[in-house]
Design a protein around this ligand. Structure first.
Ligand code: SF4
Ligand code: SF4
Length: 236
């Protein structure tokens, strides 16, 4: 519904000016004292809070003690995706660090012992304070080794150092293997044979593009959103 502007001519009281000033001060004072002395509405959904109740109408959420529920499409902070043997899928190719517009990824590559080809990130650091959460690193990664599907907001801290996440903090979440993983298609001296078998059993095709099956956020579906948009537009 559009907002209607009251264009009527001011009446005598309004033209006298001071009664309206006093009325305005009264309204501002009422809100001020109500918000100062009354307790806040505990409903976490700010929009759903009842207007006109005796509860304070202060909208500020006291984060991090209070948290708003995130929308279903929220992806969250980074993680380094592990393999079944607990090592990172990352092969230290520097694609994510190269594409990062905030230049907040730092990687030091090292060679996997006994393997003439494979590399791994000896150091993998993301400065979450500089990160703008654009997700380019996730898109650029050819190994599906970095994801933003934790559903977590970077927690607040009193020090800058706590926001600089290294590989120990980043490595976690469900393990994943793909049939195309080079360590599954040739001898992988660094991986115990039982782990290698487990990886081969669980390996799945690498996605050609992002589809529902590989959607990174539980409950988030590009196809469903597209279908809903088509339905709204009345298209088949
Ligand atoms: S989300 Fe964007 S800014 Fe953050 S680390 Fe990845 S590429 Fe860099
Ligand atoms: S996370 Fe992916 S893009 Fe970044 S260095 Fe590792 S393999 Fe390369």
């Amino acid at each position: 519904m559009s907002y209607k502007i009251d264009n009527r001519a001011p009446d005598l009281r309004e033209r006298m000016y001071f009664p309206e000033v006093i009325r305005g001060i009264g309204i501002a004072s009422r809100h001020f004292f109500k918000n100062l002395f009354w307790s806040r509405d505990p409903n976490p959904e700010v929009i759903d809070r009842k207007r006109g109740s005796t509860a304070s109408e202060v909208m500020t959420v006291s984060y991090p003690e209070e948290k708003q529920p995130y929308p279903p499409g929220y992806r969250g902070a980074h993680r380094l995706v592990p393999r079944e043997d607990g090592k990172p899928r990352c092969v230290a190719c520097y694609m994510c660090a190269t594409v990062c517009p905030a230049q907040c990824i730092y990687i030091e590559a090292a060679e996997v012992e006994g393997d003439p080809i494979e590399k791994y990130p000896k150091k993998f650091v993301i400065d979450e304070l500089r990160c703008i959460m654009c997700g380019f690193c996730v898109e650029a990664c050819p190994k599906d080794a970095i994801r933003m599907d934790t559903g977590l907001h970077v927690p607040p801290s009193d020090t800058r150092e706590a926001q600089v996440w290294d590989e120990k903090v980043l490595l976690g979440g469900p393990a994943i293997s793909y049939e195309s993983d080079p360590w599954l298609r040739r001898a992988a001296p660094g991986i115990p044979s039982d782990q290698l078998e487990l990886m081969r059993e669980r390996a799945r095709p690498f996605p050609a593009n992002a589809g529902d099956e590989y959607s990174q956020t539980p409950g988030f579906s590009v196809r469903t959103l597209a279908d809903e948009a088509k339905a709204r537009a009345g298209k088949p």
